[in-house]
Design a binder for this molecule. Structure first.
Ligand code: DC
Length: 226
């Protein structure tokens, strides 16, 4: 297995932003696993399949091809060969994805693809179940937390920057709904792995979170080299 850093935490805790920066500073390849659940969700939306129609979802899963590739240091998502990197971030996918990500058959399809990436690459992988299910033996486990209000503020700001006009209250409501779904679902719920380092980013800058995690990674690398 390569060197694996698992970063878990709720939506809007800053995982995406900090793991990208950490990847640059540590030469690890960053993998955003949420993109895979978003891709399956997009494929189902495009085919008018609801999250309750398990038979149709299974058919979709038989033929679906999701690839995460690198381009200029960024992750590009290919769904059946088509670049959907932007399309998987629309409000429609945002509001549907938690329901699809709770489906065991979808997780059973996606998890082995993620595990394969850590077989021979040195990676920093972010998601909800990376330290608990995907890589229970990860070299470093981080649980990045943040208050719901701050998470909603961050997502609201991101939306504004992208020209997506949704009120703060609506964003907050959707974050709370998503959080309840993710932490209470039966399969691979978002929980802090016992052996993870807990970081609360509510009052921390991106730089502070990045520095804290890079220090943890470097300390682990030194320990392994000894
Ligand atoms: O991190 P994100 O918002 O892009 O994640 C999209 C959805 O996928 C979200 O509902 C959580 C879910 N997810 C998951 O269940 N397990 C992962 N490893 C990553 C994401």
């Amino acid at each position: 297995m390569g060197f694996v850093v698992a970063v878990d935490g709720p939506a809007g805790s800053g995982k995406g932003t900090v793991t990208k920066e950490i990847a640059k500073r540590t030469n690890l390849i960053n993998v955003d696993t949420g993109a895979m659940y978003r891709s399956v969700t997009l494929e189902c939306i495009n085919n008018d399949i609801s999250s309750t129609d398990l038979e149709k979802i299974k058919q979709i899963l038989e033929n679906i091809d999701i690839q995460l590739i690198r381009k200029d240091g960024n992750q590009i998502v290919l769904l059946n060969g088509k670049d959907v990197t932007k399309e998987i971030r629309t409000p429609k996918v945002d509001s549907e994805v938690a329901k699809f990500a709770a489906i065991k058959e979808i997780r059973d399809k996606v998890t082995p693809i993620q595990q394969k990436m850590g077989e021979d690459l040195d990676i920093i992988m972010e998601g909800r179940d990376i330290g608990t299910v995907v890589f229970p033996n990860a070299d470093v486990k981080i649980f990045l937390d943040c208050s719901v209000e701050e998470r909603a503020r961050r997502r609201y700001k991101q939306n504004q920057e992208k020209g997506i006009n949704i009120s703060y209250e609506e964003v907050l409501e959707s974050i709370i709904k998503r959080h309840i779904l993710e932490t209470t679902r039966e399969v691979a719920p978002l929980v802090q792995p016992k052996d993870a380092k807990y970081i609360d980013s509510t009052n921390m800058s991106i730089e502070e979170v990045v520095n804290t995690i890079v220090e943890i990674i470097n300390a682990k690398k030194l320990e392994i080299e000894k």
